[in-house]
Design a protein around this ligand. Structure first.
Ligand code: MG
Length: 388
């Protein structure tokens, strides 16, 4: 039975992960839950799963959560980043589901690896910011990092039973998001509400905006690079609007192995927890007859500059991917708040990257420093140029 700490329990991935745990009570025991500000939902989750410990963003959320629970059944409550780290490194935990949003997920995930916990990874920022450090630590401790991202789950499945020396390249698919056919002119006008309406996937707001800009695919390229030890020239991207073929691996004889399924995050979440088994679930089956056609095309880097910037940051390496990520988080937040337009997102990221001299990152502290620098610089750009 897996003893699980779930970081980001009240987010979209966290809620689905708890559904998986609930469906297989003999397989998974929820030891600990973390949330940011959503105390209401966390209280309901505590009542349903009775974890030994929880962690929340700050003292006021902690007080709110405690006040709603009878003293006898109250779990230990930790607070802040230190609290998330405490939760992820508890002795009684063997597996950490890393599903916090953004750069905040890096430290708890990294510390969990150092403490020898296996990781089911939804927080792709961990890999984007600190991939080489994280993978080196995981190798050293002998822990597995299994992806919850649907594309990476597809690659993992497509690599099984094949020789690594035969691999030619991986092909990540992308839905293209809600604006895949929109002209640059029309993109200028889109609102956060429109960008939050993803055609295929139900996800949290940050990753949904990243999907609309295709930054998400850029972050996933970097994630794939470290997770599967690939060179940048071994990773290609295809827009596949139906989101049925979740990614592929091409071998040197021209064979292409991919994984298909309905676009539902429950699948990669469950697989990361049950690997290498496929557990049964109550999801609708993939009905290819009903879907009819699957189509593929190259992404347009002129209209989707966030993807281009991500590929540039990956090629530059060092601290640049962390800077890309930090600037993107500031830009997406500003867009969601209506402070900047959709096309200002790549502008803000590009200006921040232009101002940065990339340096090697050999410690997690150096990564965090690059992240802070990117946020400060992007905020400065924002107040100078972008406020409407
Ligand atoms: Mg994905």
């Amino acid at each position: 039975m897996k003893q699980i700490a779930l970081l980001g329990a009240t987010g979209s991935i966290g809620v689905s992960a708890l559904d998986v745990a609930k469906a297989h009570p003999d397989e998974y025991h929820i030891v600990a839950l973390s949330a940011g500000r959503n105390g209401d939902l966390l209280v309901r989750q505590i009542e349903a799963f009775r974890p030994a410990a929880v962690a929340v963003l700050n003292k006021s959320v902690a007080a709110e959560v405690s006040s709603h629970l009878p003293e006898r059944n109250r779990p230990e409550v930790f607070v802040g980043i230190e609290g998330f780290v405490r939760l992820a490194t508890l002795d009684s935990v063997d597996t950490v589901v890393s599903a916090m949003t953004g750069a905040a997920g890096l430290m708890p995930t990294y510390e969990a690896i150092k403490a020898g916990k296996h990781i089911a990874l939804a927080n792709k920022e961990t890999m984007v910011m600190a991939g080489p450090l994280v993978m080196a630590e995981a190798r050293k401790r002998g822990v597995s990092i299994l992806p919850i991202d649907s594309e990476h789950s597809a690659i993992l499945q497509s690599l099984r039973g094949h020789l690594r020396t035969d691999l030619k390249r991986v092909i990540l698919t992308a839905s293209g998001g809600p604006f895949k056919d929109l002209s640059l002119e029309d993109m200028r006008q889109v609102t956060a509400a429109q960008a939050l309406r993803h055609p295929n996937w139900q996800m949290g707001p940050k990753v949904t905006i990243d999907s609309a800009t295709l930054m998400n695919k850029g972050l996933e390229v970097i994630e794939a690079r470290w997770l599967f030890d690939l060179r940048m020239d071994q990773i290609d991207i295809l827009i596949h609007p139906q989101s049925i073929l979740h990614s592929m691996v091409e071998y040197r004889d021209g064979s292409v192995i991919g994984q298909m399924g309905i676009p539902d995050m429950t699948l990669p979440i469950a697989y990361a927890l049950s690997y290498p088994r496929h557990l049964s679930n109550g999801l609708p089956r993939l009905d290819l007859e009903k879907i009819g056609d699957l189509s593929f095309r190259k992404p347009d880097l002129k209209r989707f500059r966030c993807l281009k910037l991500a590929l540039q940051a990956a090629t530059t390496g060092g601290s640049m991917p962390a800077v890309l990520n930090g600037a993107n988080e500031i830009a997406v937040d500003a867009f969601l708040k209506g402070r900047i337009g959709f096309l200002d997102i790549p502008d803000l990221i590009e200006k921040t990257m232009d101002a940065h001299a990339s340096s090697p990152v050999e410690t997690i502290e150096a990564v965090m420093a690059a992240d802070r620098w990117a946020r400060d610089t992007a905020m400065g750009q924002l107040s100078k140029r972008f406020v409407k």
